[in-house]
Design a protein around this ligand. Sequence first.
Ligand code: GLN
Length: 240
Amino acid sequence: MELKICHLYPDVLNLYGDRGNVLAMKKRLEWRGIGCTVDEIPIGERLPLSKFDLIFIGGGQDFEQGLLLDDLRSGKGEDIRSAVEDGLTFLTVCGGYQLMGRYYETHTGEKLPFLGALDLYTVGGEERLIGNFAFETEYGPVVGFENHSGRTYLGEGVKPLGRVIRGRGNNGKDGTEGARYKNVFGTYSHGPVLPKNPEFCDTILLTALRRRYPSAELEPLADLSEREAHDSVLKSLTGE
Ligand code: GLN
């Protein structure tokens, strides 16, 4: 088995070490003897996304997100929408997550027309939503760090990734965090999120592997330190 990962826009969307998510996925595959290739696609370059199994898009500041608009209109936006509908797995973080929605109206009132691959939209606010946070998902609790002015609201056909345990999540109001649609995982969680959330990381890897290898399984790893890191952050946030 081999997993082909595309790291999209690493040149402009890579806040708070989000690249660490790609490293964590690659390592957790290699530790199991599963091959993993990573191709980076910056602004201005275009590869057929259908050759990949998993697309990663990290976070970015409003200004960088604006830089992407022409590139998306050049055809990459359609490539991404087609890949979503074809069942490719996506992990999208913060700015990369907002990018998958219909638009992002920044806190200065600039409206960025985004992909519309997921039925959601984002509106920037004056107060930034910042801090360590935790949310409950069907894969167990996930811990991370959020820093965003955008408040994201989910539409029809899009489920939340989880429900906030501590912190703000999508918008600080409705208790939701992130989004799930087909094989797309969207979250506000930086950190990077995957190294200290091994269950969440393996869920994403299995989702991507099983599209090409339906009977794929991932054997357990000796990842005690990752689990201890996860549990200590969760305890510091919940006191339990
Ligand atoms: N610029 C977006 C916001 O402020 C995304 C931030 C991020 O990716 N951390 O909401």
